[in-house]
Design a protein around this ligand. Structure first.
Ligand code: HEC
Length: 356
């Protein structure tokens, strides 16, 4: 037998067998390929809705977000399609039996690179969450009619199917609510899977935080790099006028020595009228931002430039991003998996928490 990387993976540590992949390939070509492509690669531009607000068939080869869904949700999507959600995908209930559905899933999962498969199998226990968009349904669907009437023009950012039958998660800014009963009822609170112990709402918050922070490049920020090998990254929303931010900054070398890279994002408490707003602008306009950050944290302002350069726009951007992910005070610490730690932590406590 010819050993390809796929058969090795299948033999080693994937849930399906080579037989299932082979059968699934046939079934996929007959039932799915017209929309999702022969190799499950269509449509590359899957985040773009058409003129009617419909999403195209997303790639199932690991490049889109099919891997955000557990096996049961994947099975259900194939069985029921998207019609219930106002989507375009037909359901295959009655056309494919359970074993056949598992085979088509095995086929498209065989296209997933190993790191994606491992993340799916580990269900987000790894620390590097992706910055993917969990769009499943457009927000203007009948499902959200009543909700939209109730909350006025508040912007619904995302509507996603959960792994629970007929329960949909709606994201409104940094809040998540759940629609039940075809959108007649809304439940506000965290959804927890008691079998796995995972908080599904928290997972969504973390994905959103990681995605929001990923919009900033290193050049946008003030970075205190790890000494030697970087073992962990900590994003810190900071305000130079905040006493606990100053205290944290006083310990920054301890973090760097422990292999932690600290990425500072600006968050002026109180926005443009807050005490740190102008200070942060000056820091971002300085030639040596790291030195300027340290000076400002020590409330030494004599060598800081005026905050009137182009980079000063970052202060408003940081504030908007912080609000978008639900930050209300500083310092706000965001781990690389999107987990939020509110407020100051002494380095003795923080370092083990970041390196675990
Ligand atoms: C007529 C076109 C069409 C066919 C045929 C089709 N799909 Fe889809 N599929 C879609 C569209 C469009 C979506 C996006 C959601 C929606 O609009 O319902 C989708 C979504 C999905 C998703 C969810 C992906 C995600 O990222 O959330 C999976 C899984 C899926 N399809 C699997 C299949 C499988 C397996 C088959 C064959 C058995 C199949 N589809 C056949 C159009 C199709």
């Amino acid at each position: 037998m010819l050993l390809t990387s796929q058969t090795i993976a299948a033999d080693n540590d994937r849930w399906y067998s080579d037989e299932q992949v082979k059968l699934g390939k046939e079934l996929f070509r007959q039932n799915c390929a017209a929309c999702h492509g022969q190799e499950a690669e269509a449509t590359p531009n899957w985040k773009q809705t058409d003129a009617n607000g419909n999403y195209p068939p997303p790639p199932l080869n690991g490049s889109a977000h099919a891997w955000h869904h557990d096996l049961n949700l994947l099975r259900r999507t194939v069985r029921e399609g998207g019609a219930k959600l106002g989507g375009q995908m037909p359901g295959f209930e009655g056309r494919l039996n359970a074993a056949q559905i598992d085979s088509v899933i095995a086929f498209f999962q065989s296209k997933w690179p190993d790191d994606i498969y491992q993340r799916w199998a580990g269900r987000f226990e790894t620390s590097d969450l992706p910055s993917l968009n969990d769009i499943v349904v457009a927000a203007n669907r009948p499902l959200t009619n009543l909700l939209r009437q109730r909350i006025g023009d508040a912007k619904i950012d995302n509507v996603a199917q959960t792994s629970i039958e007929d329960v949909w998660q709606v994201q409104i800014g940094n809040r998540y609510i759940y629609l039940l009963d075809d959108g007649k009822h809304a439940l506000m609170g965290d959804l927890v899977n008691l079998e796995s112990g995972r908080n599904i709402t928290e997972r969504s918050r973390r994905i959103a935080a990681v995605a929001a922070i990923a919009e900033f490049s290193d050049e946008d920020l003030v970075i205190f790099a790890a000494r030697g090998e970087s073992k962990a990254t900590l994003n810190v929303f900071t305000d130079t006028s905040c006493p606990f931010c100053q205290k944290l900054h006083g310990e920054i070398e301890k973090l760097q020595e422990a292999g932690i890279t600290v990425r500072y994002l600006p968050y002026a408490r109180g926005g443009s009228s807050g005490p740190g707003y102008q200070q942060l602008k000056s820091v971002w306009c300085a030639g040596d931002r790291n030195q300027a950050m340290t000076d400002a944290k020590n409330q030494r302002f004599d060598s800081l430039p005026a905050g009137d350069c182009a980079a000063a726009a970052m202060i408003d951007r940081g504030y908007r991003t912080g609000n978008k992910i639900g930050i209300s005070g500083t310092p706000a610490l965001i781990k690389s998996n999107g987990e939020k730690i509110e407020g100051y932590r002494p380095y003795q406590e923080l370092i083990p928490q970041l390196l675990q």
